[in-house]
Design a protein around this ligand. Structure first.
Ligand code: ANZ
Ligand code: ZN
Length: 853
């Protein structure tokens, strides 16, 4: 009898499947489609356990759907542009392209070793010209739709290296990763996509996403941040200009005691009186160096100063001072706020600190309009000190104030979103060049479609200093204008890599098309993605941008659906056992620690032991290659699926890995024994004449089919599916009818149900029992409802509420019959003997209780 040795079978099957083209996408139009997608990785060079988990989950789903008769699209690719490749170039002098493709090759091998059934003929690599050509084409679609524009915006500027930095290159103290210089903010003309035009659709269409986790939808809704309110205009005293404010509380407008501008607001300079000019400029400069987070932090005192200017409350005619303050953000609303300290927490704090008047205009029912406030009253109530609106409930007051303002011409209803337009310009090399040529005569001119792609020049020198490498390449930058032919210059910014991943799922259905980004007929047929699997870290940006792209391309007539991802599964983290010194906060490598008595090898202190997300810096990572080498892919997959439901965090545990390895070993023995005995697969059972053990086994088989199918389909409870398989394998081990055709059915069913989870061993054993066609081409078994019905059920016998034992009765027996069986049972008669039965209580299917005198 052979032993289960994964090494001996896994490579072989991976090769066989490749030769058979088993992973090629079926395009059989008679089959229903299923698009199983996992988020494509950044090619960092090495697969980590998080990858292993996500790709295993998606792979099981794809394999199951294939067996269930779907044509399944299950592709893979590489999110291959981005900063690390440039860092590698700077640090090690290797070209970004070379570094990236090396990593791709390595990770592709690792993915194959995991036994994944990706259709590699549709591989997409975002840094390849035949992909980014279409990224550029799509950018131009946005441009033509008026959805791509240029605007001055702040970048991180390293004054020592004279270069723009990505946010990731600036540390928490605002210093450059390379030079250590304090990073400055510098205004540059940059490209934006007008995602704000789609804010409302992106919000309301969340309701269509029935198969998405609620928390992801909530995160998206918060990110979009819709506020309903009003735009009101406050005339500036001594000027024709007005300050427009956005407020969600127009009902409090009678309580305005000052107006605040963001220091960057263009009106700031114009309202400032000469005696205040110096102070205002100094304050503005100070605030400019602060991040948005610092400016709006709840616990920090609100800082601000008067400008000397005054504005008029259009409702009361009152003059109020104009201030500037750090907590008012220039990028939100109008960059100006009407200050209502009585009813806004921040304003209350600010006014109290600055000794500004506080005027109550909303009170709770029956409240005192003139009592001083201890804190802002932010609840709804009744309007007071509000002229003609006195007595109006504040909720209705909002509308009444807006109506009045509209009639008078100083305001209107306004909806405001937190979402801002998407800044896509990167002053970097390793990204898709923005296909625009700047001409002094014609302005920004799109590169004509036939000239795409705008290729990234190769063999570029990287120093990490000075302007972007692209900007330094004269030959590349200087081109004739496509429109007038005069000397012009290429745009040297490249696109945010989030653009690349905002449409890759549209490319897979038609990945090798060299005439179009995709053929709409083909892509519309495969889309939407039926199941998307990926990390919660992409809950906001990647998913929002992909939804945005889908809607824009739909409006360009290229797509015929609203939402790209029908169902979304966000897998939990993979956590490793972590040792930490509680005093120093330092992490300790597990192989220096005695697990029974974990101490710091240097200080002898007892270490904290806990589970935490695997990471290099915590020495708690487990290397997938090592696990695959020791146990094989099937065990790794089984462990990952068994250890936790997909959405939950998973604690890596070697003992449980061993457990799955042993389980597969048992399956191996069970099936090998059967094969060695020359088990006849062709004998048919006569279902009408089964013995009791046969019936019991058949029930176990079909219960497993039903349970595993349900576990796979509903919430993807792979962990309980694995348990069901263990039960079935036990039933097969214990049964007394190993010569019956039912046993054959059991062995085959076990392998079929195992196939999506542990694809190699399943195919090997399938072949071992005499099949010539791969198990992955077989139909998923269906549960026979008749087999599920138990012939007999167990009824508990109680005397005066005390359990005395149980009896078996036919499953079909009704209440009266159950009572009858109970009365006649030997058990009951023994205990009742001689006594009078006063009452019989029957709980059908459960128990019969005799009340005796
Ligand atoms: C007056 C008022 C009275 C306000 C009141 C609130 C309560 P959300 O919900 O986030 O949209 N605001 C407007 N623009 C701002 C900016 N650029 N920076 C900082 N704060 C700004 O919040 C809208 C409210 O935030 C607006 O309503 C405004 O203060 C403030 F009892 O106006 B409110
Ligand atoms: Zn021109």
């Amino acid at each position: 009898e052979s032993r289960y040795t994964p090494k001996a079978i896994e490579d072989k099957w991976q090769q066989t499947w490749a030769e058979l083209g088993l992973d090629q996408t079926s395009t059989d139009p008679n089959k229903p489609k299923f698009y199983a997608l996992s988020m494509f990785p950044y090619p960092s060079g090495n697969l980590h356990m998080g990858h292993v988990r996500v790709y295993t989950i998606a792979d099981v789903i794809a394999r199951l759907k294939k067996m269930q008769g779907y044509r399944v699209l299950h592709p893979m690719g590489w999110d291959a542009f981005g900063l690390p490749a440039e860092n590698a170039a700077i640090d090690r002098g290797i070209q970004p392209a070379e570094w990236t493709y090396q990593n791709v090759a390595q990770m592709q091998k690792q993915l194959q070793k995991l036994g994944t059934c990706f259709d590699w003929s549709r591989e997409v690599t975002t840094c390849s010209p035949d992909y980014y050509r279409w990224t550029q084409w799509i950018f131009l679609q946005f441009y033509q739709a008026g959805l791509a524009y240029q605007k001055e915006s702040a970048v991180n500027w390293d004054p020592v290296d004279q270069t723009v930095l990505a946010n990731e290159q600036v540390d928490n103290e605002g210093r450059s990763w390379r030079s250590g210089a304090q990073v400055e903010r510098k205004l540059l003309k940059q490209w934006f996509l007008k995602i704000t035009d789609y804010a409302e659709q992106l919000l309301t269409d969340l309701d269509k996403l029935k198969g998405w986790p609620e928390r992801v939808k909530l995160m998206q809704a918060n990110w979009i941040g819709k506020s309903v309110g009003a735009y009101l205009e406050f005339p500036i005293v001594g000027s024709d200009e007005k300050i427009g404010v956005f407020t969600t509380r127009p009902d409090t407008v009678y309580g305005v005691t000052y107006v605040v501008l963001a220091p960057e607001h263009p009106l700031t300079a114009r309202v400032t009186t000469s005696d205040r000019q110096e102070a205002v400029e100094a304050f503005a400069k100070e605030v400019a160096g602060q991040s948005e987070l610092e400016r709006t932090a709840e616990d920090k005192p609100k800082r601000g100063i008067p400008t000397g200017g005054k504005a008029i409350n259009p409702f009361t005619g009152e003059e109020v001072p104009i201030l500037i303050a750090d907590y008012v953000l220039y990028e939100y609303g109008t960059g100006a706020v009407m200050g209502v300290p009585a009813h806004d927490v921040r304003d209350f704090k600010f006014a109290t600190e600055k000794n500004l008047p506080i005027k109550t205009v909303i009170v709770p029912e029956g409240g005192d309009a003139n009592a001083p406030l201890e804190a802002a009253y932010t609840e709804p109530g009744i309007m007071v000190n509000s002229g003609q609106f006195d007595g109006t409930p504040s909720i209705q007051g909002k509308e009444a104030i807006v109506k009045f303002a509209e009639a008078q011409g100083f305001g209107k209803a306004r909806v405001q979103y937190r979402l801002r337009d998407w800044l896509i310009s990167r002053q970097r090399y390793w990204g898709a060049p923005i296909p625009i040529i700047h001409c002094s005569q014609c302005g920004a001119v799109p590169v004509p479609d036939q000239d795409l792609p705008v290729r990234l020049p190769e063999n570029v020198a990287f120093s990490g200093r000075g302007p972007s490498p692209l900007a330094q390449l004269e030959d590349w930058v200087n081109v004739p204008c496509p429109s007038c032919g005069t000397a012009a210059k290429r745009e040297t910014d490249t696109m945010d890599t989030f653009i690349d991943s905002s449409w890759y799922f549209l490319r897979y259905p038609d990945a090798n098309n060299d005439q179009q980004a995709f053929d709409p007929v083909i892509t519309n047929d495969w889309m939407a993605v039926d199941q998307y699997v990926g990390g919660i870290e992409h809950a906001i940006l990647h998913l929002l941008y992909s939804r945005f792209f889908t809607k824009v391309l739909r409006d360009r007539g290229l797509l015929n659906f609203d939402e790209p991802f029908e169902r979304l599964l966000t897998q939990g983290m993979v956590q490793g056992l972590t040792y930490k010194n509680p005093t120093t906060g330092k992490y300790v490598t597990p192989n220096l620690v005695n697990a029974g008595d974990p101490r710091d090898p240097k200080t002898g202190e007892t270490l904290e032991v806990f589970y935490e997300k695997m990471s290099k810096s915590k020495y708690n990572g487990v290397d997938p290659e090592a696990v695959l080498a020791k146990y094989g892919a099937d065990t790794a997959r089984m462990f990952i699926l068994f250890k936790a439901p997909p959405e939950k965090d998973l604690e890596w545990d070697d003992a449980d890995v061993e457990g799955q390895f042993r389980f597969l070993g048992r399956v191996w023995r069970l099936v090998s024994e059967f094969a060695e005995k020359g088990g006849d697969r062709t004998k048919k059972a006569n279902l009408a004449e089964l013995s009791k053990p046969e019936k019991d086994l058949r029930r176990a088989i079909h219960t497993a089919i039903q349970a595993v199918t349900e576990d796979f389909e509903g919430e993807y409870q792979f962990n309980t599916a694995v348990s069901e398989l263990m039960k079935l394998s036990n039933a097969l081990t214990d049964t007394t009818c190993k010569d019956s055709p039912i046993y054959v059915e059991g062995i085959q069913t076990l392998l079929l149900l195992l196939a999506p989870l542990a694809p190699h061993i399943a195919d090997e054993l399938w072949q071992g029992i005499g099949h010539t066609e791969s198990i992955h081409l077989q139909a998923w078994p269906e549960a026979d409802a008749a087999a599920l019905v138990a012939d007999e059920i167990t009824i508990v016998i109680q005397i005066l509420g005390k359990t005395r034992g149980s009896i078996q009765v036919p499953a079909g027996a009704d209440k009266a019959a159950q009572e009858q069986y109970a009365r006649e049972s030997e058990l009951a008669q023994r205990y009742i003997e001689g006594k009078e039965i006063k009452k019989v209580i029957v709980v059908p299917g459960k128990l019969v209780n005799f009340v005796v005198a």
